[in-house]
Ligand binder design. Structure first.
Ligand SMILES: [Zn+2]
Length: 309
């Protein structure tokens, strides 16, 4: 599943490629992906979605956690003129591709980029045509049209913890989170495993299982360590590993261990530098101990029992 570095790569690409363009049309062969903002159920009509986004100009693309927002200007031809935002979640296998008439790109011919279920037709200022296409093999992706000023009232956005790449996510903030006291004055998370705190999107938004494994290996911490047992120095090391691994992953344009591709259909490069994720049964690059895997819920965490304490 795309995690924060992959979503950040898509958002940066889209800001370079589609801002200033106007939506001229929309096509979908799987309208169930288009959800109603309030109920979260499939929207009553894809035609309404199309009508509401048509003729609007793309102002900006941004993200909160793993949620992508395409902000649109008011519509001069439509009764409801307020600003709207197209909210997209890529889920398991979704990725967004931008194609122009001039695009000659072999990546688009690859199988992984062929599951196009939604197409936004765009026109540039110079009247050149372009498409934004949503490839989604498993069809778990989500598209929602929201009033821009009501976006942060959406339940799934409101409930998100602090974004791990936000400037406000300082070491002090991280330490406060780990030290958080419950209503009874006890430590709220002290008895919890550190992997569960880092993966809980309501506490800290943006870390998924790929980067969780890499971060904990980098910091030398066992995924099952209890939060209260981590010393100040270890917490500091963990914070630095979070920033270091995610920044490196963004620089390498994410991890393509399965379906994730960037907006030109190309894979990321971080899978080439993974140290423990999906390395089960292989030797640790640092100490030759065999890498192990532990299941947490539906997901796996990979670790070295010698390098991580
Ligand atoms: Zn090791």
């Amino acid at each position: 599943m795309p995690e924060l570095p992959e979503v950040q790569t898509v958002v940066s690409d889209l800001n370079k490629k589609i801002v200033g363009d106007t939506i001229t049309d929309f096509w979908s062969d799987w309208p169930k992906t288009i959800k109603d903002a309030n109920s979260g159920k499939p929207a009553s009509s894809a035609d309404k979605f199309k009508k509401e986004i048509k003729s609007r100009k793309i102002l900006k693309v941004r993200r909160i956690g793993k949620n992508i927002f395409i902000d649109l200007a008011g519509n001069p031809h439509y009764l409801e003129r307020g600003k709207k935002t197209i909210y997209i979640h890529l889920k398991m296998t979704g990725h967004l591709l931008v194609k122009t008439a001039k695009t000659k790109n072999n990546y688009f011919n690859e199988r992984v980029n062929q599951y196009i279920h939604h197409i936004w037709k765009l026109k540039t200022k110079n009247k050149k045509l372009k498409t934004l296409e949503f490839s989604d093999l498993r069809k778990f992706g989500k598209i929602v049209l929201v009033d821009t000023d009501k976006l942060e009232e959406l339940k799934e956005i409101k409930e998100l913890g602090i974004d791990v790449m936000d400037n406000k996510f300082t070491f002090q903030k991280f330490d406060e989170i780990l030290e958080k006291k419950s209503a009874y004055g006890r430590s709220a998370y002290g008895g919890k495993k550190i992997r569960d705190i880092l993966m809980n999107q309501h506490i800290i938004a943006g870390i998924g299982n790929i980067y969780l494994s890499e971060i904990l290996f980098d910091a030398g911490i066992m995924p099952t360590s209890l939060t209260w047992k981590l010393s100040f120095q270890v917490r500091k090391k963990l914070y630095n590993s979070i920033r270091k691994i995610l920044e490196k992953a963004i620089k390498l344009r994410g991890t393509s261990d399965s379906d994730y591709r960037d907006t030109s259909g190309a894979p990321g490069k971080f899978q080439k530098v993974l140290k423990v994720y999906q390395h089960e049964g292989q030797k640790c690059l640092k100490c030759d101990t065999i890498i192990k895997r532990v299941k947490m819920g539906q997901r796996s965490v990979f670790y070295c029992s010698k390098c991580q304490k």
